[in-house]
Write a protein that binds this ligand. Structure first.
Ligand code: ASP
Length: 299
């Protein structure tokens, strides 16, 4: 089996003119580090689940992305985080939403998947659960960055919910040596979103889905339309019931997303190990790595 990993660090109105060459290098280096973290695990025979967690963790720990440290602010001036993980072999999944203190939200989602009879935990209950499972809690300030706070202030002045200020949701999909698929996604959501708002990222089948019969997929963009079009599951369903290829299914689901006024993109791997990345926004932080190729791009 040809193991592989694909990642994204958010899609949106990403134009080269808004980034200095140094900033571009910084993003590319972090994407490369994230890819390598997942790839190393796959190469040693590790699982797709562990690989996606490792890749997402690298980006959660970086202030460059809208997940973990550097997450955007909700309208209550707090960083509220969401994440989801799914195992394509068992269709087991775990998500956490609207949490303020879980240092690595993707680890929290993993604990829900592995140790809870439930699939999606929110707020205080999610924090208590993962704390009892031994994960680290941190004060909300741990996630705050000056850049995100300034964006929040601007959004408040304009009384807008800003998705284009919120680029940097992160995600990873992988296929391991045994042919198992997994998807993991983590976000701070949208700048100035309503306190308590739940993202597509945390919802199985909306921003994150994996099924060994079809594909693993992680999305990013205007989450409310991803929820309404049940985006990730829509891609998988078109493959399963409509016998479409990943590429055909992805194109059709992106069209549906656009018809609802949504934009963004996704990274995906099908059950044969073919990678497909697509977006209808101007850019997406993205990359993939398999035994023969490493690819990283932004614009
Ligand atoms: N999908 C995320 C959300 O709506 C945001 C993003 O991907 O940039 O919360």
């Amino acid at each position: 089996m040809n193991f592989a990993i694909a990642i994204h660090g958010g899609a949106g109105n990403i134009n080269r003119k808004n980034y200095s060459p140094e900033q571009i290098r910084e993003y590319e280096a972090k994407l490369a580090e994230s890819l390598q973290a997942g790839f190393d695990i796959l190469e040693k025979g590790g699982t797709a689940i562990d690989a996606t967690v490792a890749s997402v963790t690298v980006m959660e720990d970086s202030p460059l992305f809208n997940a973990g440290v550097g997450g955007v602010f909700a309208d209550n001036a707090m960083v509220e985080l969401d994440a989801c993980i799914m195992d394509g072999k068992t269709l087991n999944a775990g998500g956490i939403t609207t949490v303020h203190k879980i240092k690595n939200p993707i680890e929290g989602a993993l604990r829900v998947m592995e140790d809870s009879p439930h699939t999606l935990l929110s707020g205080n209950g999610a924090e208590l659960f993962v704390y009892q499972k031994g994960l680290k809690l941190v004060p909300n300030k741990y996630f705050h960055t000056k850049k995100r706070y300034e964006q929040f202030k601007k959004a408040q002045e304009k009384q807008k919910i800003m998705v284009d200020h919120s680029m940097g949701t992160v995600g990873a999909v992988a296929i391991d040596l045994s042919g198992n698929l997994a998807a993991a996604t983590s976000t701070g959501g949208m700048t100035n979103k309503a306190f308590g708002r739940v993202s597509d990222t945390s919802i199985v089948g909306a921003g994150n889905y994996a099924n060994n019969n079809t594909c693993a997929i992680s999305g990013t963009g205007t989450g409310d339309q991803f929820i309404k079009s049940v985006f990730a599951h829509d891609v998988s369903s078109q493959m399963e019931y409509g016998r479409k290829s990943l590429e055909e299914a992805g194109k059709s689901s992106l069209k549906k997303l656009a018809s609802l006024g949504g934009h963004g993109g996704f990274v995906a791997i099908d059950h044969r190990g073919s990678i497909h990345i697509d977006f209808n926004s101007t850019g997406m932080f993205r990359g993939f790595k398999n035994k023969s190729e490493t690819f990283i791009a932004i614009f």
